[in-house]
Design a protein around this ligand. Structure first.
Ligand code: PGA
Length: 251
């Protein structure tokens, strides 16, 4: 069975002090043990968060990294540096990185290889823009992104990857894909993985939905057959709201 994973993506929010306040609040709230819980924090906050969450099941991740081991890449951060501050997960190819920072399917693939090699759990983001959906190109866009990301990745590594389907038009807009729309694409992603690898591997990969997930719609989204979690931006910034997302079953 796939363990659902609910993750907060803080983006460029929270100073160290703000992050620590959040963590101290969250660790005092009882969270469902059935859900893998991850906080993707700014680099500066990761070390403290990992320390505060020690002894809990809450994991910490980074929102980006560079695929090279080290070198002359001003402003970048390596997998080794992230491991050193106890990040265990990393987001790869978020649409904001693709849109504003030139991330491509090629760099996503290089990062995915490096994350696997470094034993960081990768969350690979894919998703179509509004124009692409209106032109009915969402399936081909997703296919290209998935094939690009998983190029030369072996099956036993692929099964450890988390994929996040995040339609760009639903991110931070308040417009959520209907749970059926989200599930349709997540099922399609699983089918692509089945074609590339096999059914057993495809059935192990966890596929999250992301885009305006909030306490009021999380249960509906999580109730879908091929959705195994949520990647949450805005609604993950307040500890109580984030806990409501993780504890959606108890509502
Ligand atoms: P949102 O962001 O929940 O604020 O729409 C999701 C994301 O970008 O991961």
């Amino acid at each position: 069975m796939r363990k659902p994973v609910i993750a907060g993506n803080w983006k460029m929010h929270k100073t160290i002090a703000e992050a620590n306040n959040f963590a101290n609040e969250l660790k005092n709230i009882k969270l469902s043990p059935d859900i893998e819980t991850v906080v993707f924090a700014p680099f500066t906050a990761i070390k403290d968060l990992a320390e505060i969450f020690k002894g809990t099941d809450i994991k910490v991740g980074a929102q980006n990294f560079h695929f090279e081991e080290e070198g002359a890449f001003t402003g970048e951060i390596s997998a080794k540096m992230l491991k050193e501050i106890n990040a265990e997960y990393v987001i790869i190819g978020h649409s904001e990185r693709r849109q504003y920072f030139g991330e491509t399917d090629k760099t996503v693939n290089l990062k995915l290889k490096k994350a696997i090699e470094s034993a960081l759990v990768p969350v690979v983001c894919v998703g179509e823009s509004l124009d692409e959906r209106e032109a009915k190109k969402e399936f081909i866009v997703i296919k290209t992104q998935i094939e690009g990301a998983f190029g030369e990745i072996a099956g036993n590594d692929a099964e450890k990857v988390i994929v996040a389907y995040e339609p760009v038009w639903a991110i931070g807009t308040g417009k959520t894909a209907t749970s059926e729309q989200a599930n349709e694409i997540c099922a399609y992603i699983r089918n692509l993985l089945k074609e590339k690898y096999n059914e057993e591997i495809a059935n192990k990969v966890r596929i999250q939905y992301g885009g305006s997930v909030k306490p009021s719609n999380v249960a509906d989204i999580m109730g879908q057959s091929d959705i195994d979690g949520a990647l949450v931006g805005g609604a993950s910034l307040i500890a109580n709201d984030f806990a409501l997302l993780v504890n959606f079953k108890e509502k």
